[in-house]
Structures are given as C-alpha cells and as structure tokens.
Design a protein. Sequence first.
Length: 769
Amino acid sequence: MIIYNLWIFQTGLMLRATMTTKLLLVASIVCFTVISGKDRQKREVIGTLAGGGMHISDMMAQSIKIALKDWAIRTELEKQMYLSGFDKVSKGSYLWHRSMFMNLKEYSKVQVLNQKGFINLRALAEFEKLSGVPIHVMQNDFKLVEEWQKHIAPYCECPIPKCNPKYPYRTADGGCNNFHVPTWGQANRAQLRWLPAAYSDGLNVPRIHSVTGASLPSPRLISNVVHNAHMSDFREPKQSMMMMQFGQFLDHDFVGTPTNRGFNNSQIQCCDLDPTTRDKRGSCFPIPVPPKDKRFHNPCMNFVRSSIAPELYCKPAPRNQINQQSSFIDGSMIYGNSMKEQTYLRLGKGGLLKMTDGGFLPRYDDGDCIMESPGEYCFGAGDDRNTIVPSLAFLHIVFLREHNRLAVALGKINPHWTDEIIFQETRKIIGGVLQHIVYAEWLPLVLNKEFMTLYGLNSVYGKYNTVYNEKLDPTTANVMAGAAFRFGHSMIPNFLGYGAPGGNKIAEFPIYKTYNRPGVLMSHGGKGNDWIGEWMLDDSHAKSDRCVNDGVRNYLFMDHHGKSFDLVAVNIQRGRDHGLPPYNAWRKWCGLPPVIHFGHGPGGLVDHDKESIIRLSKSYKHVDDIDLYTGGLSERRVKGGLTGPTFQCLIGKSFANWKFGDRFWYENDFKLTGFSPRQLETIRHHKISKIICENTKIDHIQPDSFLLPSEHNHKIPCHALPDIDLLAWAEPSELRTNVFFPVPANPVPIWSNLGPGHFQEAYKHIAAY
Ligand code: HEM
Ligand SMILES: [Ca+2]
C-alpha cells in the first residue's frame, strides 16, 4: 500500500517536473519493486511519457478539445434525428409519459449540467487514453487533480451560491444549508456517491458483463424470474395504502433524476435504431426483452440514460447523475426547487399558493396528463410527477390545502405580516410538520426499532434535540434513489379504489387506467379526491417483498395501443446506468457478510429464503453480478421492518444524513432558524391524520393513518384530534418589525452567466474547509 501511494505521489510530481528531474524520477521508478504486473505497466507508460512524450498539460488541453468536438458532433446528430422525425411520439403514448415523467420547468439547467458533464467525462476518457493514467489513480494524485481542475474549469463550473447567514428561512433550492459547502443538498447538483461508481470502462459505460466474462442477464429476464408476482395479491396485514403513497410523496421531496432529452427538448427513441447510431447517441441503453416474453413482443424496451452533472469543484470522477430536488426533507415537491418555480406556484398575496376554486392544484398546461372529460386539466406542483397516480395527487392536494389553511390563519393572527413572511413562515411550519411525520410516524414502520435507535432516528418529545453536524454531507445518495428506496415499488397494488365512510368500497379500477388521470380526483364534483382518500385509509398496501405487481411490472404507463413498460426492469437498468456497484459491494459497505456462493449456509445468501435463492441462481451466473435492486429487494425482511438488512442500512443512513446534516432540522435549538419550544411542541402533535381530516370531507379517521383501522387504532371523529396551535406563532407587538424585519434572501446565482470566477471562488472555499 505504501509503495503504491508513493508511486501515485511520484506520478504527480513527475508530470510537472523539468526534463532533468523527470529523468531522475523515471530512474527512481525503474528501481522500484513492483506490486503487480498491471501497476508495472502503468508506470512504464508514465515513464515513456515523461521521457519524451507530450507534456501533461498539453494532453489535458488536447483531451478537452476532442471532447468539445465530440459534443458538437453529438448535437448535430441529435438535430438530424429530430429533423428526420424518428423520435416523434404521440402525446399520451407510453413513451411520451416516460419522457415527461421528470421535472422540466428548469430543464435549461439540466441541459447546462448535462453538457458540462459530457465534456468532463469525454475529456477524462481521452486523457486516460493519452496518458495511460486511469481515473482512480488520477483521483488520488492531488497535483494531477489540481492541474486537471485548472484546465477543465471553464467547462465544468456551476454557480456557487453566496450565503447570507442572517437569512432565517430555507432557500428555494436548498443551497446555503451548509455554510462551508453551500451546494450540499442543493437542487441541480450531482448525487452523492458512498462507493466508487461501477462502470465497465471505469468512467461511463454501464456494467454489461458478468465477472465470468459472459453478458449480464437482461433486466427484463431478472424481473420475470425474481420479481414476478404471478398475479398474487399478498397484502401487508397492518399497514394502509396511505403508507405506500406517502413513501412516493416523500421520495419526490429528496430526489428527482432527469433523463436525457434530444434536440429541442424532444424525446429519445432507442429501439429500432441501427446499433452504430444508437451507440453514437450516447443516451441510449435499451433493455433487451428475452424471446417468448409473455407480455412484451418487441425485443427492445426503450431506456434513456439519466442526465449527468460534473462533480463539485471540477473533481475528476466517473459519470454521475443529477438531482433536481433539494435533498432535504423540506417540502420541495410542494414548493418547487427554485425561485422561478416558487414564483410560479405562489399566488402573490396572503402567503398563499395557487389553488383552484375547487381546492385543486393549479393548472399547468405543459404537464403530463390525460384529460378524459371537459373541465379537466393537468396539475402543477413543486414536482411534475404529481399525478402519476391519483393517490399521489391526493397528498399533493391535501398539503396544498394545508398550506393555504395555515397561511390564512397566520395572516389573521399576525395581520401586519406581508405575503412573503406569511409564505415563508407557513412553508417553515409545513417543513417541520413533514419532518415530524416522516421520522415519528412513517419511518418507524419501515425500519425496525433497534435500527431506529442505533442510527439516532427517533423523535424526541418535550425538549429540543439539537443534532446538527456541519461535517455531514446530506446530499441524496445515488444508491438510495437508484435502488434502495425503490423498495416501495413492491408495495404498489394492482387496483386503486374509491372508498366510502365506514370502509365500504364504491369502485375499483386497475392502476394502469389511472396513470396521469387528474379526472379520477376531479370527477363527481371533486368528490373523487375524498373517495381516493377514504380508500387509502381502509385498504392495505401490497406486501413489501421481492415481488412487484403487474400493474407496474407489466403495465406501467400503458397507452391505448396496449404498449407499456416494466418498472422493475427499468429499475435494474437504471442501477446499471447510474454505475451502482452490485449487491455484494453494498453488503460489505454495510458491514454485512459478503456472499460467496448461491447456497444458503455460511458464505451464501444468508439473508434470502430458499425460493429467492433458486430464482437468483437461475438468473445470475455469479453472486458478484447480482444487481443491488434485485439482491436487496429479495432479501428476507428484518424483524419489525419492511426491507432486508441491506436496504435497511442504506435507507437508515440516508435518513440519518437528512436529519443530522440539515441545519434547518425542526428540532434544532437555533434562535434564527428554529422553532420556539411552544411551536415545536405543537408541530410534534400535528399528525398526518389531522391534516387529511382538515383538508378533505373525511370526518372519521384512525389516528395512525399509515396503519389500518384496528382495535387500537379505531376511527374517531376528526374533531377529537388536536389541531396545530397557531397562536404559538402570534407575534407579541413589542417584537413586531424587529424579528420579522425583512432580511434579503440569499442571492440566487445566475445560471446562464458562467464565468471562470466562480470556479476560483469555489476552489478557495474548499481549500479553506
Ligand atoms: C404509486 C405508484 C408508483 C409508480 C407508478 C412509480 C413509478 C416510478 C417510475 C416510472 C420511476 C422512474 C423509473 C426510472 O426511469 O428510473 C420511479 C422512480 C422512483 N420511485 Fe417510484 N413509483 C411509485 C411508487 C413509489 C413508492 C411507493 C416509492 C417508495 C416508497 C417509490 C420510490 C421511487 C424512487 C426512489 C425512484 C427514483 C426517483 C428518482 O431518482 O427521481 N416509488 N417510480
Ligand atoms: Ca427536498
């Protein structure tokens, strides 16, 4: 190890040394005892370069030139594809829905990031070829990194926010939460890697080969063999559909990963393309469908790779994906992730959000929805996925109404407050309430008691719980978004329904007939929304296990031609697209024993049952090939939890980071940004059940709405639940204008204006840290 590090150091030095010293260093390298043949080879390459090849700085410049040229070629190809009409899909088709799935209001930012991400990656690949220095070696050589940063800066920097330490609220995009690294957790940044990425070329190309050298199995094949629910409809005996639905609502708070678009923001089609063009497009990674598949007859399922971002401070790194949401649990799916989105969603008076007369989300004409009757329209919210299923839109609607209910009341209590103050104070309360619901009501049903305690995730009552750790990076981890938290897909039912008070079902409809249909909620004079709510409270969600129901595994986004996707196959392919290391690597990371063979005894798949082991061994040639999504989802559940130990570890770590790494964590005793003891106490008693009650016509509810009604959780009249005590926010007259004297918000960086200055500043910053 010591020898290796020394070599890295010498490499760095040598690349910058004068000719004479270079020769000396080459000599010293030649005298080294080598640790492996591979390393010897690398050293010789460097030696040759140093002895008379191209200067390192020229190599870098040359690599960037090639990358820029390649970007131009690729843009031209995309333009040709667009003009030829090849990519054109009809509105409402399954392909259209998938491409519309992610947030597009700030698409120009994604384009900027993706372009820079491409140039960085392409240049790195070229540099690797020219210099023979592999990326992992380069990353560990601080001088090489520094040199690289200097060259690549103009093509990678993105504005770093300047923070105002006196600003009392969260910024719109989550930036400036951490004063040392203001981009931590900020929207439109690269996701976080806890383990180095696993790409087959070390940089960009997804894992496609087994460790045996054969091809990896097709994700659709794995989906059929391991995750097929065989139309069985096992239910979770104690938990309600609200539990599943809140999970998706929550994930749209901490992650939104955009996928690539073609020229002029068009869709990208990867099937029916000749392989050369497909490879040249760079965004295509279609899923092969095995022959004789019972559902899909086209041998190719479309799959477009996620958009990418350069790493912070231009660090050389393999391909990494973008998060369009702020990582924090801060209600960004309600309020949006930028000032632009917020402005769009706000009414501009009384601190209110835009809402229709019927209490629905505002109209958004560029949204992804299917209108079936006159008077329907697509919904706009802080996250564009809001209507993917009506049960998700129900929660968006309920929280929108709750915001406005609180804003109206706060305006009455503090009539001197401006629109801005009412809005920000209400947003702050909703953020605190959400965090409390997540950590006190939802998460304890996902993770077991021991784990909650071990990771410090339990909520505290009666006092502050100041836990902020400024050294902790709360950025959403790629592995959480790309695999672990998708465990929730196994809780999705085949049917959604309308319920009536008393637990009776009014109607049931296949989930695939509800995708993107706002009409399900707006129908029957708006009663559809309440009926969906009643049903969610009274029906159980699908069992959390290795199986995923056909409603999403075979019929995701099914259109009127009967065409659809397989969500499980997409999840597995997404893991490979994102370079997620396979299952075994994560087991080791979590401190769990790695799997050495397909047996169930020691060294085997000790956290799987026999049936799962058989299915895994039928799909994969080697245990080191197992994709994380498949290996994790098929684990036996831990006692008292909804997932196996590997997902529990990854989910638990994520929620710990969002708690301890959030300066605005609702329990922190921080004068400027926190709550008063009285405010904190009332937030801790504001349950999801009360929020549902106050914002629908539902008048009886079980207090724990993520659980089914039962002897210990029987329905009670809504008025029996305590309401939030907004008088805790009444501002004593002597404090008026002092406490809420409008402090200017953090300046919002301008994205179109990317000058070299940003990088210098960022670099100084990290050096100081
Ligand atoms: C209610 C029905 C649901 C549907 C129809 C649905 C559908 C989808 C789709 C189409 C994707 C994008 C897949 C890709 O292209 O990579 C996705 C991503 C995801 N889903 Fe779901 N989902 C549902 C519920 C849930 C639930 C209950 C959870 C968790 C408890 C969940 C967690 C996630 C996560 C974490 C992602 C990644 C998001 C991102 O990176 O932006 N989903 N889902
Ligand atoms: Ca967020």
